[in-house]
Ligand binder design. Structure first.
Ligand code: 2HA
Ligand code: ZN
Length: 305
């Protein structure tokens, strides 16, 4: 190789390295990616993500895609076919946590533990355009995320962008007692504290025990998400959705707090020898009164007195 060839080679490598270095920094500096990474850390800090439990997805806005595009891989991964088409997700881009990653590690190396996928023009295949460095791939619950993203996008006229899944102890404990009964679960949560009906007047869905990551779980979740912004997976955890990161995390936090209160008050009442688990708990009328005052669309047929 002559001097000129060597020089060109160095130049090519330098340009590639420089672009890589810039892109590493840049995508992580975008507001949506910072918020994504912070939410993973917040969930881990809250104790909702033992081991590699939980996952997060975010549907990028057109502006975010335009700003991020120059940092996408020159050669994206090959397309991965899905079993069905998600027509209303055609051409969308999603940031997702990586399969097997621990939420507490996401902030340490976002380009490894987060990736961005592009959906093809028919919504029936995806490919990696950024992140998932060192051979990573999207969360094992990718199908559930796509089903939720698709339904929530439709029922909220495009407003919903975040799907968050965590394993909060009290919610899983409560799910063992209540089971897959959305009406009973919603009543218990609404009546645990006044904040609940303000956050989820439509109630919370509840699904039976399914194999994590399975098509059956994704399909059942899709049906529940037609009616509810949050769904409990019995014996497994909780999914919350929202327009932005704060909204989805806020919804998750309110449900977890209500479940904490139910667990705490029932064990306190037992310890004190009370017959009733919570003699002063809210009534159906208390729930209706809050909904009336704040003009909320309460799922009135659910409310039990
Ligand atoms: O391990 O939470 O539901 C990730 C999960 C699967
Ligand atoms: Zn899980």
């Amino acid at each position: 190789m002559g001097f000129l060839d060597d020089a060109q080679d160095l130049l090519d490598k330098g340009v590639t390295a420089a672009k890589g270095a810039v892109s590493n920094v840049a995508v992580e500096q975008f507001g949506y990616m910072k918020a994504f990474v912070r939410m993973c850390a917040d969930g881990a800090q809250a104790g909702w993500h033992e081991g590699n439990g939980g996952n997060l997805s975010y549907r990028l806005t057109l502006e975010e895609v335009a700003n991020t595009r120059s940092y996408f891989y020159t050669t994206p991964s090959s397309w991965v076919m899905l079993d069905r088409a998600f027509e209303n997700l055609a051409g969308e881009y999603f940031a997702l946590t990586a399969s097997g990653c621990s939420m507490k590690s996401v902030a340490l190396d976002p380009k490894r533990f987060v990736g961005i996928i592009e959906m093809d023009s028919r919504g029936c295949a995806w490919r990696i355009v950024w992140g998932f460095k060192d051979g990573g791939k999207p969360t094992s619950e990718l199908l559930s995320h796509l089903e939720c993203q698709s339904v929530r996008k439709r029922v909220t006229d495009g407003v919903s962008r975040v799907v968050y899944h965590a394993h909060p102890t009290s919610v899983i404990a409560l799910s063992k007692i209540v089971g897959p009964d959305a009406c009973r679960l919603s009543n218990m949560l609404w009546k645990a504290m006044t904040e609940c009906v303000l956050f989820f007047p439509e109630g919370v869905g509840a699904l039976a025990t399914y194999v994590p990551g399975s098509e059956e779980l994704a399909r059942a979740t899709k049906e529940a998400m037609e009616d509810f912004a949050a769904v409990v997976w019995v014996n497994h955890g909780l999914l919350s959705t929202g327009a932005g990161f704060d909204e989805a995390f806020g919804l998750e936090s309110v449900i977890v707090k209500a479940a904490d209160i139910i667990c705490a008050s029932s064990s306190l009442s037992r310890a004190l020898g009370y017959e009733d688990a919570a003699p002063y708990t809210m009534t159906g009328e208390d729930v209706r009164a809050i909904a009336r005052q704040y003009n909320l669309e309460l799922r009135a047929d659910f409310v039990e007195d």
